[in-house]
Write a protein that binds this ligand. Sequence first.
Ligand code: GLN
Length: 449
Amino acid sequence: MTSYIEEFNGIEKQKDYYDNLFAQLERANEEHHAFNLINKDAKGGFLLSTKANICVRGFETDAGSKMLKGYVPSFNATAVERIISDKRFAFAGVTGMDEFGFGTFGTNTEVPARNAFDREYAAGGSSSGAAVAAALMKYQVSIAESTGGSIAAPASLNGVVGFTPTYGTVSRYGLIDYANSLDKIGVMARSSDDARIVFDMIRGIDDYDTTCAVEKITLERRKKIFVINGMLEKADSGIRAAFEKLLNKLGSRYEIVHVDSSIMEKAIAPYYIIAMAEASTNLAKYTGYKYGLMSEDFYKQYNEFFTDARESFGIEAKRRILLGTFIRSESVKDKYYTKALVIRRMLIKEMDRMLKEGYILSPTLPIKAPKIADVKKLSPVESYSMDLFTIPPNLGGFPHVSFPYDYVDGMPLGAQLVTGHGNDYAILDFVKEWEEGFEYVYRKNLGEL
Ligand code: GLN
């Protein structure tokens, strides 16, 4: 059996192949002697990698943005602190992502990470590198963040388990915010067991984050599974066919109930309104003064000085600043922002009602893994529409997990299971049962290291 250090070294040899992921892992290893620096007497067992928007003391945490190049936190995020204080974990490095979490495929950053199964394909986003690391290394877990699906989407494209807990269960202290009312730290790993180990370590109230308030975790297993008709219809035919097969298999143990929910179908618009409004306020601090790249030309007027610094935002970040600022403006805020908040409330009510009785299951993404070159051809609205399934649980703060269940053309497919607030362990149990009952071979076309 290979040890985690041998495994890491094996992966490191392929660093050119996986671009962004390994550029960063290598940096952690070489410059900081990652295995020793953070956890001198780590006994091994697991390696930990962190998405580049979760602060790790002494490691560049750039949130996938040029704006934060060279930012090295002097403190650990609470989730990181809790994991590395456990001597089983050694730190592997920081993983690549879409800039500030803005994206679904991992391409909104300078060097996109590559899919673990085929480098021509998108790794998914925004937690791209985290998913690839989890797919390639058996003794490794990644912590990542989801605002509207950033854990589930890349997990599904790389064939790993991506678990997003109930909003407020894991402290956001040390997370570089995208949208505070939506951001959640979660886990990506090869198996539900690994995800559970890490979730157990990172959850729980924290004095540094007052929104981290969920103490009560229940375990209510459901026997019913809801499938939302109108949403499933929007998925590609290949995805629908594979998903029907999954439903057939689950049909022997669960009651599958097809229902309609116009509010869930329409969740993309209110999500992007709220997410962009919050993102535009969060990005306002990157002026090159306290945060961000500071220009050396101090003779400029402050407006010019700030504008120069903000040039280093990528195109998607700029788009979201403009739209988010517009949405919040006095003349239109009731038309967009306030309305979006009302729809969010309605969505939570409707999902809550369903989730008291059963789980909600869907494909994680409506398409199979796209090639990186094809992602670049998508318009922003086309790209946002890919979040169809991942947005409702994220907008409602409901725990959800993407788990691998099949392949199409050699690429893995993920399904997303959602449950009620605080019932996080029930969906981890569900995935465990799935893993035991239906053999799934990780890295099918790569072979074990
Ligand atoms: N794709 C979604 C967005 O761009 C979700 C990203 C995320 O969860 N960070 O907003």
